[in-house]
Design a protein around this ligand. Structure first.
Ligand code: FCB
Length: 478
Protein backbone atom coordinates (compact mmCIF):
# COMPACT_ATOMS: atom_id res chain seq x y z
CA UNK A 1 0.00 0.00 0.00
CA UNK A 2 1.30 3.47 -0.75
CA UNK A 3 2.49 5.10 2.42
CA UNK A 4 0.53 8.28 1.76
CA UNK A 5 -2.65 6.28 2.12
CA UNK A 6 -2.07 5.42 5.74
CA UNK A 7 0.18 8.20 6.95
CA UNK A 8 -2.56 10.86 7.02
CA UNK A 9 -0.01 13.52 6.29
CA UNK A 10 -1.28 16.63 4.53
CA UNK A 11 -1.06 16.55 0.75
CA UNK A 12 -1.57 19.22 -1.81
CA UNK A 13 -2.61 18.68 -5.40
CA UNK A 14 -1.23 20.26 -8.56
CA UNK A 15 -2.51 23.70 -9.54
CA UNK A 16 -5.50 23.30 -11.82
CA UNK A 17 -6.48 19.90 -10.43
CA UNK A 18 -10.24 19.58 -10.96
CA UNK A 19 -12.40 18.79 -7.93
CA UNK A 20 -15.91 17.79 -8.79
CA UNK A 21 -18.97 15.80 -7.99
CA UNK A 22 -21.54 14.07 -10.15
CA UNK A 23 -25.01 12.69 -10.74
CA UNK A 24 -26.88 10.93 -13.55
CA UNK A 25 -30.16 11.87 -15.21
CA UNK A 26 -32.40 8.94 -14.30
CA UNK A 27 -31.05 8.85 -10.77
CA UNK A 28 -32.07 12.42 -9.90
CA UNK A 29 -34.32 14.13 -12.45
CA UNK A 30 -37.80 12.62 -12.01
CA UNK A 31 -40.34 14.37 -14.29
CA UNK A 32 -40.30 11.29 -16.48
CA UNK A 33 -43.22 12.29 -18.67
CA UNK A 34 -42.89 16.04 -18.73
CA UNK A 35 -42.05 18.37 -21.59
CA UNK A 36 -42.08 15.62 -24.18
CA UNK A 37 -39.67 13.16 -22.54
CA UNK A 38 -40.14 9.63 -23.85
CA UNK A 39 -39.76 6.43 -21.83
CA UNK A 40 -36.36 4.86 -21.35
CA UNK A 41 -35.36 1.29 -20.58
CA UNK A 42 -34.98 2.30 -16.94
CA UNK A 43 -38.59 3.49 -16.75
CA UNK A 44 -39.70 0.13 -18.08
CA UNK A 45 -37.31 -1.95 -15.99
CA UNK A 46 -37.87 -0.18 -12.69
CA UNK A 47 -41.63 -0.69 -13.07
CA UNK A 48 -41.24 -4.44 -13.48
CA UNK A 49 -42.20 -6.43 -10.43
CA UNK A 50 -39.19 -7.41 -8.35
CA UNK A 51 -36.66 -5.53 -10.49
CA UNK A 52 -35.70 -2.97 -7.86
CA UNK A 53 -35.51 -2.83 -4.09
CA UNK A 54 -38.92 -2.04 -2.68
CA UNK A 55 -40.29 -1.50 -6.19
CA UNK A 56 -38.60 1.90 -6.25
CA UNK A 57 -38.53 3.82 -9.54
CA UNK A 58 -37.03 7.06 -10.82
CA UNK A 59 -40.46 8.60 -11.47
CA UNK A 60 -39.77 11.37 -8.97
CA UNK A 61 -36.24 10.62 -7.74
CA UNK A 62 -34.76 13.89 -6.36
CA UNK A 63 -37.16 15.96 -8.43
CA UNK A 64 -34.08 17.68 -9.78
CA UNK A 65 -35.88 18.65 -12.98
CA UNK A 66 -37.96 21.09 -10.93
CA UNK A 67 -35.30 21.90 -8.35
CA UNK A 68 -32.36 22.59 -10.56
CA UNK A 69 -31.85 26.06 -9.04
CA UNK A 70 -31.64 24.61 -5.52
CA UNK A 71 -29.12 22.04 -6.68
CA UNK A 72 -27.05 24.66 -8.48
CA UNK A 73 -26.96 26.64 -5.24
CA UNK A 74 -25.66 23.56 -3.41
CA UNK A 75 -22.93 23.14 -6.01
CA UNK A 76 -22.01 26.78 -5.58
CA UNK A 77 -21.73 26.31 -1.82
CA UNK A 78 -19.60 23.23 -2.28
CA UNK A 79 -17.25 25.28 -4.44
CA UNK A 80 -16.42 22.50 -6.88
CA UNK A 81 -14.63 23.34 -10.09
CA UNK A 82 -16.69 20.93 -12.16
CA UNK A 83 -20.03 19.12 -12.11
CA UNK A 84 -20.56 15.88 -14.00
CA UNK A 85 -24.14 15.16 -15.04
CA UNK A 86 -25.74 13.13 -17.78
CA UNK A 87 -28.19 14.03 -20.49
CA UNK A 88 -31.27 11.82 -20.73
CA UNK A 89 -31.43 10.73 -24.35
CA UNK A 90 -35.27 10.33 -24.24
CA UNK A 91 -35.62 13.92 -23.04
CA UNK A 92 -33.72 15.21 -26.05
CA UNK A 93 -34.90 12.72 -28.67
CA UNK A 94 -37.93 10.97 -27.17
CA UNK A 95 -38.02 7.93 -29.44
CA UNK A 96 -34.31 7.70 -30.14
CA UNK A 97 -34.70 9.02 -33.66
CA UNK A 98 -36.09 12.05 -35.34
CA UNK A 99 -35.95 15.71 -34.47
CA UNK A 100 -34.75 17.25 -31.26
CA UNK A 101 -37.26 17.86 -28.46
CA UNK A 102 -36.49 21.50 -27.75
CA UNK A 103 -37.78 21.66 -24.15
CA UNK A 104 -35.44 18.78 -23.31
CA UNK A 105 -32.39 20.57 -24.68
CA UNK A 106 -33.54 23.81 -23.03
CA UNK A 107 -33.39 22.12 -19.63
CA UNK A 108 -29.74 21.16 -20.11
CA UNK A 109 -28.95 24.58 -21.57
CA UNK A 110 -30.27 26.17 -18.34
CA UNK A 111 -28.17 23.77 -16.30
CA UNK A 112 -25.01 24.48 -18.30
CA UNK A 113 -25.58 28.24 -18.07
CA UNK A 114 -26.28 28.00 -14.34
CA UNK A 115 -23.02 26.15 -13.82
CA UNK A 116 -20.99 28.54 -15.91
CA UNK A 117 -22.48 31.52 -14.06
CA UNK A 118 -21.03 30.01 -10.91
CA UNK A 119 -17.66 29.25 -12.44
CA UNK A 120 -18.32 25.49 -12.46
CA UNK A 121 -17.15 23.58 -15.54
CA UNK A 122 -19.91 21.36 -16.96
CA UNK A 123 -18.84 17.76 -17.64
CA UNK A 124 -21.51 16.04 -19.74
CA UNK A 125 -22.05 12.31 -20.04
CA UNK A 126 -24.18 11.59 -23.07
CA UNK A 127 -25.24 8.11 -22.05
CA UNK A 128 -25.68 7.04 -18.45
CA UNK A 129 -27.92 4.07 -19.19
CA UNK A 130 -31.27 5.59 -20.16
CA UNK A 131 -31.76 4.22 -23.67
CA UNK A 132 -35.03 5.33 -25.32
CA UNK A 133 -37.43 2.39 -25.01
CA UNK A 134 -38.36 2.36 -28.73
CA UNK A 135 -34.69 1.62 -29.51
CA UNK A 136 -34.72 -1.28 -27.07
CA UNK A 137 -37.89 -2.54 -28.73
CA UNK A 138 -35.94 -2.54 -31.99
CA UNK A 139 -33.15 -4.65 -30.44
CA UNK A 140 -31.37 -2.24 -28.12
CA UNK A 141 -27.60 -2.46 -27.89
CA UNK A 142 -27.64 -5.92 -29.44
CA UNK A 143 -28.20 -4.31 -32.85
CA UNK A 144 -25.76 -2.21 -34.78
CA UNK A 145 -28.29 0.44 -35.69
CA UNK A 146 -28.37 1.64 -32.06
CA UNK A 147 -24.74 2.78 -32.42
CA UNK A 148 -25.72 4.84 -35.47
CA UNK A 149 -28.70 6.30 -33.61
CA UNK A 150 -26.42 7.17 -30.71
CA UNK A 151 -24.01 9.05 -32.98
CA UNK A 152 -26.88 11.15 -34.32
CA UNK A 153 -28.05 11.93 -30.80
CA UNK A 154 -24.51 12.82 -29.72
CA UNK A 155 -24.21 15.16 -32.70
CA UNK A 156 -27.48 16.89 -31.74
CA UNK A 157 -26.53 17.50 -28.13
CA UNK A 158 -22.97 18.53 -28.96
CA UNK A 159 -24.34 20.97 -31.53
CA UNK A 160 -26.67 22.49 -28.95
CA UNK A 161 -24.32 22.74 -25.97
CA UNK A 162 -21.04 22.78 -27.89
CA UNK A 163 -18.02 24.51 -26.49
CA UNK A 164 -19.78 25.49 -23.25
CA UNK A 165 -19.13 21.98 -22.00
CA UNK A 166 -15.65 21.37 -20.58
CA UNK A 167 -15.61 17.58 -20.88
CA UNK A 168 -17.72 15.41 -23.13
CA UNK A 169 -18.07 11.76 -22.14
CA UNK A 170 -19.59 9.40 -24.66
CA UNK A 171 -20.64 6.57 -22.35
CA UNK A 172 -20.72 5.83 -18.67
CA UNK A 173 -19.59 2.32 -17.75
CA UNK A 174 -20.46 0.36 -20.89
CA UNK A 175 -19.59 -2.78 -18.90
CA UNK A 176 -22.71 -2.24 -16.79
CA UNK A 177 -24.90 -1.47 -19.81
CA UNK A 178 -23.74 -4.59 -21.64
CA UNK A 179 -23.05 -7.13 -18.91
CA UNK A 180 -25.46 -6.20 -16.16
CA UNK A 181 -28.10 -5.11 -18.65
CA UNK A 182 -27.92 -7.98 -21.15
CA UNK A 183 -25.92 -10.69 -19.33
CA UNK A 184 -26.68 -10.77 -15.59
CA UNK A 185 -30.03 -9.05 -15.99
CA UNK A 186 -29.86 -6.98 -12.80
CA UNK A 187 -30.04 -3.71 -14.71
CA UNK A 188 -32.16 -2.47 -17.59
CA UNK A 189 -33.21 -3.93 -19.92
CA UNK A 190 -32.84 -7.04 -17.73
CA UNK A 191 -31.88 -9.56 -20.38
CA UNK A 192 -29.76 -12.64 -19.59
CA UNK A 193 -27.95 -13.85 -22.64
CA UNK A 194 -24.16 -13.98 -23.01
CA UNK A 195 -24.23 -13.54 -26.78
CA UNK A 196 -26.42 -10.48 -26.42
CA UNK A 197 -24.05 -9.03 -23.83
CA UNK A 198 -21.16 -9.57 -26.24
CA UNK A 199 -23.06 -7.88 -29.07
CA UNK A 200 -23.99 -5.02 -26.74
CA UNK A 201 -20.32 -4.61 -25.80
CA UNK A 202 -19.28 -4.21 -29.40
CA UNK A 203 -22.12 -1.88 -30.35
CA UNK A 204 -21.54 0.31 -27.29
CA UNK A 205 -17.87 0.58 -28.19
CA UNK A 206 -18.79 1.37 -31.77
CA UNK A 207 -21.24 4.00 -30.52
CA UNK A 208 -18.37 5.49 -28.52
CA UNK A 209 -16.10 5.67 -31.57
CA UNK A 210 -18.79 7.14 -33.80
CA UNK A 211 -19.84 9.45 -30.99
CA UNK A 212 -16.36 10.91 -30.52
CA UNK A 213 -16.32 11.93 -34.16
CA UNK A 214 -19.89 13.22 -34.08
CA UNK A 215 -19.16 15.38 -31.03
CA UNK A 216 -16.06 16.83 -32.65
CA UNK A 217 -17.93 17.42 -35.91
CA UNK A 218 -20.67 19.32 -34.09
CA UNK A 219 -18.74 21.14 -31.37
CA UNK A 220 -15.26 21.63 -32.77
CA UNK A 221 -12.13 20.97 -30.76
CA UNK A 222 -13.61 20.01 -27.42
CA UNK A 223 -12.32 17.49 -24.87
CA UNK A 224 -13.90 14.08 -25.49
CA UNK A 225 -13.48 10.81 -23.61
CA UNK A 226 -15.22 7.77 -22.19
CA UNK A 227 -15.80 6.59 -18.64
CA UNK A 228 -15.08 2.96 -17.77
CA UNK A 229 -15.58 1.11 -14.50
CA UNK A 230 -12.22 -0.57 -14.26
CA UNK A 231 -10.86 -2.39 -11.26
CA UNK A 232 -7.97 -4.63 -10.34
CA UNK A 233 -9.05 -8.28 -10.20
CA UNK A 234 -7.25 -10.21 -7.50
CA UNK A 235 -6.92 -14.01 -7.58
CA UNK A 236 -8.32 -15.85 -4.55
CA UNK A 237 -5.02 -17.71 -4.09
CA UNK A 238 -1.92 -18.17 -6.19
CA UNK A 239 -3.14 -21.54 -7.40
CA UNK A 240 -2.90 -21.55 -11.21
CA UNK A 241 -6.64 -22.19 -11.53
CA UNK A 242 -7.45 -19.10 -9.47
CA UNK A 243 -4.90 -17.03 -11.38
CA UNK A 244 -6.48 -18.08 -14.65
CA UNK A 245 -9.99 -17.36 -13.35
CA UNK A 246 -8.96 -13.88 -12.20
CA UNK A 247 -7.45 -13.27 -15.62
CA UNK A 248 -10.73 -14.21 -17.28
CA UNK A 249 -12.70 -11.90 -15.04
CA UNK A 250 -10.17 -9.14 -15.77
CA UNK A 251 -10.70 -9.80 -19.47
CA UNK A 252 -14.44 -9.36 -19.11
CA UNK A 253 -14.36 -6.39 -16.76
CA UNK A 254 -11.40 -4.40 -18.03
CA UNK A 255 -9.58 -5.59 -21.12
CA UNK A 256 -12.50 -6.08 -23.52
CA UNK A 257 -12.92 -2.31 -23.18
CA UNK A 258 -9.40 -0.93 -22.78
CA UNK A 259 -7.80 -3.08 -25.51
CA UNK A 260 -10.10 -1.96 -28.35
CA UNK A 261 -10.13 1.65 -27.16
CA UNK A 262 -6.37 1.99 -26.83
CA UNK A 263 -5.05 -0.71 -29.13
CA UNK A 264 -7.81 -1.33 -31.65
CA UNK A 265 -8.18 -5.05 -30.88
CA UNK A 266 -10.12 -7.35 -28.61
CA UNK A 267 -8.07 -9.49 -26.21
CA UNK A 268 -7.31 -12.79 -27.90
CA UNK A 269 -7.47 -14.78 -24.69
CA UNK A 270 -11.20 -13.97 -24.46
CA UNK A 271 -12.07 -15.29 -27.93
CA UNK A 272 -12.67 -18.78 -26.53
CA UNK A 273 -15.41 -17.34 -24.33
CA UNK A 274 -16.67 -14.71 -26.71
CA UNK A 275 -16.03 -16.05 -30.21
CA UNK A 276 -18.19 -13.33 -31.75
CA UNK A 277 -15.50 -10.78 -30.89
CA UNK A 278 -12.87 -12.63 -32.94
CA UNK A 279 -11.83 -11.31 -36.35
CA UNK A 280 -14.10 -12.66 -39.06
CA UNK A 281 -16.90 -13.16 -36.55
CA UNK A 282 -20.42 -11.91 -37.15
CA UNK A 283 -20.10 -8.69 -35.15
CA UNK A 284 -16.89 -6.92 -35.94
CA UNK A 285 -17.01 -5.40 -39.40
CA UNK A 286 -14.09 -3.98 -41.34
CA UNK A 287 -13.11 -0.62 -39.93
CA UNK A 288 -14.96 -1.03 -36.63
CA UNK A 289 -11.83 -1.40 -34.52
CA UNK A 290 -10.21 1.65 -36.13
CA UNK A 291 -13.37 3.58 -35.36
CA UNK A 292 -13.37 2.43 -31.73
CA UNK A 293 -9.72 3.34 -31.37
CA UNK A 294 -10.25 6.96 -32.45
CA UNK A 295 -7.97 9.07 -30.21
CA UNK A 296 -9.60 10.42 -27.07
CA UNK A 297 -8.58 13.37 -24.94
CA UNK A 298 -9.09 11.69 -21.59
CA UNK A 299 -10.19 8.52 -19.88
CA UNK A 300 -12.75 8.67 -17.07
CA UNK A 301 -12.23 6.00 -14.45
CA UNK A 302 -15.00 5.08 -12.03
CA UNK A 303 -13.63 3.22 -9.05
CA UNK A 304 -15.33 1.82 -5.97
CA UNK A 305 -13.70 -1.48 -4.96
CA UNK A 306 -11.34 -4.17 -6.24
CA UNK A 307 -12.70 -7.53 -7.36
CA UNK A 308 -11.51 -10.88 -6.07
CA UNK A 309 -12.08 -13.97 -8.15
CA UNK A 310 -11.40 -17.69 -7.91
CA UNK A 311 -11.96 -20.71 -10.09
CA UNK A 312 -15.36 -22.35 -9.75
CA UNK A 313 -15.37 -25.90 -8.52
CA UNK A 314 -12.03 -26.03 -6.69
CA UNK A 315 -12.22 -28.23 -3.59
CA UNK A 316 -10.89 -25.30 -1.50
CA UNK A 317 -13.96 -23.35 -2.50
CA UNK A 318 -16.27 -25.98 -1.07
CA UNK A 319 -14.17 -26.15 2.09
CA UNK A 320 -14.24 -22.38 2.76
CA UNK A 321 -17.74 -21.24 1.88
CA UNK A 322 -17.22 -18.03 3.86
CA UNK A 323 -14.36 -17.09 1.53
CA UNK A 324 -15.66 -18.32 -1.79
CA UNK A 325 -19.04 -16.77 -2.41
CA UNK A 326 -20.31 -17.65 -5.85
CA UNK A 327 -21.94 -14.71 -7.59
CA UNK A 328 -25.56 -15.71 -7.18
CA UNK A 329 -27.45 -16.32 -10.39
CA UNK A 330 -24.69 -14.74 -12.40
CA UNK A 331 -24.57 -16.34 -15.82
CA UNK A 332 -21.62 -14.15 -16.80
CA UNK A 333 -19.38 -15.43 -14.00
CA UNK A 334 -20.67 -18.95 -14.51
CA UNK A 335 -19.78 -18.79 -18.18
CA UNK A 336 -16.23 -17.80 -17.18
CA UNK A 337 -15.99 -20.56 -14.55
CA UNK A 338 -15.37 -17.92 -11.89
CA UNK A 339 -16.61 -17.27 -8.39
CA UNK A 340 -16.42 -14.11 -6.33
CA UNK A 341 -14.22 -14.25 -3.27
CA UNK A 342 -14.85 -12.23 -0.14
CA UNK A 343 -12.24 -11.14 2.36
CA UNK A 344 -13.72 -11.18 5.82
CA UNK A 345 -11.11 -8.85 7.31
CA UNK A 346 -11.83 -5.82 5.14
CA UNK A 347 -14.37 -3.09 5.93
CA UNK A 348 -17.35 -2.90 3.62
CA UNK A 349 -19.85 -0.25 2.61
CA UNK A 350 -23.58 -0.96 2.78
CA UNK A 351 -23.36 -2.07 -0.87
CA UNK A 352 -21.13 -4.91 0.39
CA UNK A 353 -18.20 -3.34 -1.46
CA UNK A 354 -14.80 -3.71 0.19
CA UNK A 355 -12.94 -0.58 1.13
CA UNK A 356 -9.44 -0.74 -0.26
CA UNK A 357 -8.10 2.64 -1.42
CA UNK A 358 -4.71 1.26 -2.41
CA UNK A 359 -6.43 -0.57 -5.27
CA UNK A 360 -7.19 2.78 -6.89
CA UNK A 361 -3.51 3.72 -6.97
CA UNK A 362 -2.71 0.29 -8.33
CA UNK A 363 -5.35 0.68 -11.04
CA UNK A 364 -4.19 4.13 -12.15
CA UNK A 365 -0.51 3.21 -12.19
CA UNK A 366 -1.32 -0.06 -13.97
CA UNK A 367 -3.30 1.74 -16.70
CA UNK A 368 -0.43 4.14 -17.32
CA UNK A 369 2.05 1.27 -17.43
CA UNK A 370 -0.10 -0.65 -19.91
CA UNK A 371 -1.41 2.08 -22.17
CA UNK A 372 0.95 5.02 -21.72
CA UNK A 373 0.23 8.44 -20.40
CA UNK A 374 -3.44 9.25 -21.02
CA UNK A 375 -4.99 12.11 -19.05
CA UNK A 376 -7.28 10.52 -16.49
CA UNK A 377 -10.18 11.81 -14.44
CA UNK A 378 -11.44 9.73 -11.54
CA UNK A 379 -14.97 10.39 -12.68
CA UNK A 380 -16.73 8.55 -9.84
CA UNK A 381 -15.66 7.47 -6.40
CA UNK A 382 -17.72 7.34 -3.23
CA UNK A 383 -19.56 5.11 -0.83
CA UNK A 384 -22.96 4.22 0.58
CA UNK A 385 -23.34 4.13 4.34
CA UNK A 386 -26.37 3.95 6.65
CA UNK A 387 -26.77 7.72 6.98
CA UNK A 388 -29.43 9.19 9.23
CA UNK A 389 -30.36 12.60 10.56
CA UNK A 390 -29.42 12.65 14.24
CA UNK A 391 -31.19 14.43 17.09
CA UNK A 392 -29.28 17.61 16.42
CA UNK A 393 -30.47 17.58 12.82
CA UNK A 394 -27.07 16.64 11.39
CA UNK A 395 -25.82 13.75 9.28
CA UNK A 396 -22.41 12.86 10.70
CA UNK A 397 -21.13 10.56 7.99
CA UNK A 398 -17.60 10.05 9.23
CA UNK A 399 -17.35 6.67 7.56
CA UNK A 400 -17.85 8.40 4.19
CA UNK A 401 -15.26 11.05 5.06
CA UNK A 402 -12.82 8.27 5.88
CA UNK A 403 -13.57 6.50 2.61
CA UNK A 404 -13.10 9.66 0.56
CA UNK A 405 -9.98 10.67 2.46
CA UNK A 406 -8.38 7.30 1.74
CA UNK A 407 -9.23 7.41 -1.95
CA UNK A 408 -8.14 11.00 -2.45
CA UNK A 409 -4.83 10.02 -0.87
CA UNK A 410 -4.70 7.09 -3.28
CA UNK A 411 -5.09 9.56 -6.16
CA UNK A 412 -2.28 11.62 -4.61
CA UNK A 413 -0.10 8.52 -4.58
CA UNK A 414 -0.83 7.93 -8.29
CA UNK A 415 0.10 11.54 -9.05
CA UNK A 416 3.32 11.09 -7.08
CA UNK A 417 4.02 8.02 -9.23
CA UNK A 418 3.72 10.23 -12.32
CA UNK A 419 0.20 9.33 -13.48
CA UNK A 420 -1.50 12.20 -15.30
CA UNK A 421 -4.61 12.46 -13.11
CA UNK A 422 -6.44 15.67 -13.93
CA UNK A 423 -9.39 15.54 -11.55
CA UNK A 424 -11.53 13.69 -9.05
CA UNK A 425 -15.35 13.59 -8.82
CA UNK A 426 -17.16 12.41 -5.69
CA UNK A 427 -20.13 10.20 -6.38
CA UNK A 428 -22.58 11.75 -5.64
CA UNK A 429 -23.82 15.28 -5.01
CA UNK A 430 -27.17 13.95 -3.78
CA UNK A 431 -28.55 10.74 -2.35
CA UNK A 432 -30.46 9.35 -5.31
CA UNK A 433 -32.07 6.40 -7.07
CA UNK A 434 -29.35 3.78 -6.87
CA UNK A 435 -30.63 1.65 -9.75
CA UNK A 436 -31.78 -1.81 -8.62
CA UNK A 437 -31.02 -0.84 -5.00
CA UNK A 438 -33.63 1.89 -5.15
CA UNK A 439 -33.43 4.59 -2.52
CA UNK A 440 -31.97 2.31 0.12
CA UNK A 441 -28.36 3.07 -0.71
CA UNK A 442 -27.26 6.65 0.00
CA UNK A 443 -24.13 7.92 -1.74
CA UNK A 444 -24.69 11.67 -1.45
CA UNK A 445 -22.70 14.49 0.05
CA UNK A 446 -26.20 15.87 0.55
CA UNK A 447 -28.90 13.90 2.36
CA UNK A 448 -32.25 13.86 0.57
CA UNK A 449 -35.46 13.40 2.51
CA UNK A 450 -37.51 11.81 -0.25
CA UNK A 451 -40.83 12.56 1.44
CA UNK A 452 -40.24 16.32 1.44
CA UNK A 453 -37.38 16.63 -1.10
CA UNK A 454 -35.50 18.59 1.51
CA UNK A 455 -31.73 18.66 0.95
CA UNK A 456 -29.45 18.52 3.99
CA UNK A 457 -25.69 18.75 3.47
CA UNK A 458 -23.91 15.98 5.39
CA UNK A 459 -20.68 16.38 7.36
CA UNK A 460 -18.87 15.07 4.28
CA UNK A 461 -20.18 18.05 2.28
CA UNK A 462 -18.43 20.52 4.60
CA UNK A 463 -15.33 18.33 4.70
CA UNK A 464 -15.14 18.12 0.90
CA UNK A 465 -15.80 21.88 0.53
CA UNK A 466 -12.67 22.50 2.62
CA UNK A 467 -10.62 20.10 0.53
CA UNK A 468 -11.72 21.78 -2.67
CA UNK A 469 -10.88 25.19 -1.21
CA UNK A 470 -7.45 24.05 0.01
CA UNK A 471 -6.69 22.00 -3.13
CA UNK A 472 -5.56 19.23 -0.85
CA UNK A 473 -6.02 17.21 2.29
CA UNK A 474 -5.49 18.21 5.86
CA UNK A 475 -3.62 16.03 8.30
CA UNK A 476 -6.44 13.90 9.70
CA UNK A 477 -9.92 13.28 8.44
CA UNK A 478 -12.19 15.35 10.61
C1 FCB B 1 -21.78 3.42 -10.79
C2 FCB B 1 -22.78 4.22 -11.60
C3 FCB B 1 -23.42 5.35 -10.83
C4 FCB B 1 -23.73 4.97 -9.41
C5 FCB B 1 -22.53 4.34 -8.75
C6 FCB B 1 -22.74 3.97 -7.31
O1 FCB B 1 -21.66 2.14 -11.32
O2 FCB B 1 -22.13 4.78 -12.71
O3 FCB B 1 -24.55 5.76 -11.54
O4 FCB B 1 -24.84 4.17 -9.36
O5 FCB B 1 -22.13 3.21 -9.46
Amino acid sequence: MPSSETSRSPISFPAGFVWGTGTASYQIEGAVDEDGRGPSIWDTFSHQKGATHNGDTGDVACDHYHRVETDLELLGQLGVGSYRFSVAWPRVQPTGKGPVNQPGIDFYRRLVDGLRDRGIAPAVTLYHWDLPQPLEDAGGWTVRDTAERYAEYAWMVAGALGGDVALWTTLNEPWCSAWQGYGVGTQAPGRTDIDEAVAATHHLLLAHGLGVEAIRAAAGSVQVGITLNLTPVRPATDHPDDLAAARRVDGNQNRIFTEPIFRGRYPEDMFGHYPDLAPGGPLVQDGDLEQIRVPIDFLGVNFYFPKRAGAAGRPEAAASPELYLPWPNDPVAEHLGAVSVARGDVAQTTMGWEVEPGALTELLVGLRDQYGSVPVYVSENGAAFPDYVDQTGAVRDHDRIDYLDGHIRAVGAALAAGVDVRGYYVWSLLDNFEWAHGYKQRFGLVFVDYATQERLPKASFDWYRDIVAANGLPEEPV
